[in-house]
Design a protein around this ligand. Structure first.
Ligand SMILES: *[C@@H]1O[C@H](CO)[C@@H](O)[C@H](O)[C@H]1NC(C)=O
Ligand SMILES: *[C@@H]1O[C@H](CO)[C@@H](O)[C@H](O)[C@H]1NC(C)=O
Length: 354
């Protein structure tokens, strides 16, 4: 009896599997949208566009692409070799996928990557290698509800290599902001829509080029007076901070909070170190530029010189050619004439002998 019922259950299960399989196939068939990425040229760059195609994998694309827009698909994982054929990528958009796992070497081949958008995923393990990408200027990690679990585990090699100018970690359920180490290029920092439990000037001290922080819906859980040192710090360093409601800061209670700026001496030192790093980077860049200019000038000179030599050579060759031709015309090549010259020479010899 038991055997019969279990075999019936198995049969039902197999039947159900087949049906659901064919249903998903049907679903795929009824999808009117094309499932192929298009290759286009935009902003003088070559790119592949695969937006909203319900793809589970990145298909094989042309290898020279500089832009890849793979937003709104069903990518779940990035493997070590996912981007190994696309080393020219400068802009990579992977927002609104279902990514939870990223191999630690997935982005390693992307030395030219400038913008990386990983918003709206479920990233669980953010690899620290992202922060070492040598050209990365904009990093979007917003709307990743599991990111707050990954950030405390992140072991960053500091100072990070990436010259980040924009960092967006808004709406990631973050309680305590990570310590990124010095970010000497950071201009925009978006930490809005996080239930922060603490906010201190030290979170911004190593960001000496910071111009704007978005704090919208991020400080609601914070003790009133605990916020004051940060506000003073941001004002002192002329950083614009965005809030949904500034009236709190104008209230009498806030004015009465102690200023608590005792730690500012140390933080000022951190700020100065960040500025020194920025200057070092700038100097490195200008020295590289001068070097490139010098090398370029030298190469130009050499090419000009070689060209001149070549032209002179050709001029000489053509001159000798015309001379030779003239000579040829002047000297008769006829054999009988040559023979006729011999007795004359002999006669001359005879004359000299006399
Ligand atoms: C910061 O992020 C929020 C939510 O993701 C967004 O609405 C806001 O426009 C961003 N702020 C800035 C200054 O870009
Ligand atoms: C820190 O630097 C600011 C200028 O940015 C200055 O006004 C302030 O007095 C300094 N504080 C300390 C404690 O050195």
């Amino acid at each position: 009896m038991w055997r019969i019922s279990s075999s019936i259950a198995l049969a039902i299960f197999v039947f159900w599997c087949t049906i659901s399989e064919s249903l998903t196939q049907l679903d795929g068939l009824t999808d009117a949208k094309p499932k192929r990425c298009s290759h286009e040229r935009a902003y003088e760059m070559y790119g592949a566009y695969c937006v909203g195609l319900k793809l589970h994998e990145i298909p094989s694309l042309k290898s020279g692409i500089e832009i890849l827009d793979f937003s709104e698909n069903r990518l779940q994982e990035l493997k070590a070799d996912t981007f190994s054929s696309y080393t020219s990528l400068k802009y990579l958009y992977l927002a609104e996928n279902q990514m939870y796992n990223i191999d630690k070497d997935a982005f390693a081949p992307l030395g030219y990557l400038q913008t990386l958008d990983l918003s709206n995923n479920v990233i669980f393990n953010l690899p620290q290698t992202i922060f070492q990408l040598p050209s990365l200027r904009k990093l979007y990690l917003k709307d990743n509800p599991l990111l707050h679990l990954s950030l405390p585990k992140l072991q960053l090699h500091k100072p990070i290599n990436a010259p980040l100018e924009l960092l967006d970690i808004s709406n990631c359920k973050i309680l305590v902001l990570p310590n990124w180490g010095p970010l000497p290029h950071l201009i925009h920092y978006n930490i809005s829509h996080n239930p922060l439990s603490i906010l201190e000037p030290s979170h911004f001290a190593a960001m000496c080029k910071l111009e704007k922080v978005d704090l919208t819906s991020a400080i609601d859980n914070l003790p009133y007076c605990g916020l004051k040192p940060t506000i003073i710090w941001l004002q002192e360093k002329r950083v614009y901070f965005q809030l949904e409601d500034y009236s709190k800061l104008n209230a009498k209670e806030f004015n009465d909070c102690p200023a608590a700026t005792e730690g500012f001496g140390v933080l000022n030192a951190t700020h100065q170190q960040c500025k020194a790093l920025h200057l070092q980077f700038q100097n490195h860049k200008t020295s590289r530029r001068t070097w490139l200019n010098v090398a370029g000038g030298l190469a130009g000179f050499l090419i000009g010189f070689i060209l001149l030599l070549y032209l002179m050579h050709r001029h000489n060759v053509s001159q000798t050619k015309t001379k030779a031709e003239k000579m040829k015309k002047a000297i008769p090549t006829n054999d009988s004439d040559n023979q006729a010259m011999v007795p004359i020479l002999n006669e001359l010899n005879d004359v000299s002998r006399l």
